[in-house]
Design a binder for this molecule. Structure first.
Ligand SMILES: Cc1cc2nc3c(=O)[nH]c(=O)nc-3n(C[C@H](O)[C@H](O)[C@H](O)COP(=O)(O)OP(=O)(O)OC[C@H]3O[C@@H](n4cnc5c(N)ncnc54)[C@H](O)[C@@H]3O)c2cc1C
Length: 284
């Protein structure tokens, strides 16, 4: 449980971090909260020559709630849980952070680290998908924004290039009638999602005008259940419409299997959790 030796630099600017990544992209790793990276090093699943600590880069910090919402990549789960301005416009951040692990993990783990790591059972990927967020990436040639739906490529694999840093998450401010829900079935040992469901809906006169259902934990990467979401548009959240959307979401999920949850159980959970999330919004 002792990592291979490495050099360590605490970067003071984004440019410095990118410069160090550029020098040796394969041998350099960024560290944010370290809650995934440090165990990985201890297990010698990775042995970078250099760790670049980005914890001191101010540009990666903070939550801004205005016409748009900006969440810095270094924002911890605990900060997302505690932010009242964010909770007022996007309560799904509070709902989700509240279900992540325990206070120790929430105090260190960052949303940027979670998204960059793209663990198939992590919670935030479903949330940024349901919110149609854009992820701001910075690299040697400048900045670019990637839609959340294009960011998650495969298990632990994203659109981030080796010399890029995830800077922030940008989300449009929701309009009137917007409702949000995050639910998950936790793995009893790790707390990660066996299945997690994020829903963002707009309801006007009890009719759904916009819907996005995103699912994590079930498959190799978080995904949006597009057919299920489309099925709700122009309809009420009646029990029949909810059951139909939940069935479609479950049909779309090509589920993972492990000792705890075989694929058919995960498929069942997708159906029940989508149904429960939608039902809770209808009743809100
Ligand atoms: C016991 C335990 C329980 C947990 N339970 C849950 C849970 O229930 N749900 C859940 O979603 N998560 C859970 N986690 C994960 C945790 O909450 C963190 O989200 C996760 O560890 C990644 O965040 P971090 O800041 O620690 O990243 P780090 O470990 O520092 O980094 C992770 C990876 O992302 C890269 N990286 C970090 N920041 C950036 C950036 N800004 N730009 C580019 N690359 C970057 C690093 O190079 C590294 O490869 C758990 C972790 C532990 C240890």
């Amino acid at each position: 449980m002792i990592p291979a030796s490495f050099d360590y630099v605490r970067a003071t600017s984004l440019a410095q971090a990118i410069g160090l990544l550029q020098k040796d992209p394969d041998g350099t790793k960024l560290v944010a909260g370290g809650h995934t990276l440090i165990p990985t090093l201890k297990l010698r699943l990775a042995s970078p020559a250099l760790l670049v600590d980005i914890g001191g880069i101010n540009e990666l910090k903070g939550i801004e709630v205005g016409d748009r919402i900006r969440i810095g990549a270094l924002t911890t789960h605990a900060e997302l849980l505690a932010s009242e301005p964010l909770r007022k416009v996007l309560p799904i951040f509070h709902q989700t952070a509240d279900l992540i692990a325990d206070p120790q993990v929430r105090n260190r783990g960052t949303i940027g680290g979670s998204l960059a790591n793209a663990d198939p059972a992590a919670d935030w990927p479903a949330v940024v998908l349901a919110l149609k967020a854009e992820l701001e990436l910075a690299g040697p040639t400048g900045r670019r924004r990637v839609a959340a739906k294009d960011f998650f490529v495969d298990i632990m694999s994203t659109a981030l290039k080796p010399e890029e840093v995830l800077v922030a998450i940008h989300i449009p401010r929701p309009g009137p009638g917007a409702r949000f829900r995050y639910r998950k079935i936790r793995h009893p040992a790790s707390g990660y999602a066996v299945v997690g469901v994020a829903v963002a809906l707009s309801l006007h006169d009890d009719i759904v005008s916009e819907a996005a259902i995103a699912i994590t934990g079930a498959t190799g990467r978080a995904f949006t259940a597009d057919t299920a979401s489309a099925r709700l548009i122009g309809k009420s959240l009646s029990s029949e419409n909810i059951a139909s959307a939940a069935r479609l979401a479950s049909e779309q999920a090509e589920c993972l299997s492990d000792h705890y949850a075989p694929a058919n159980y995960r498929k069942h959970l997708v159906r029940t959790e989508v149904g429960r999330a939608l039902a809770s919004l209808g009743a809100a």
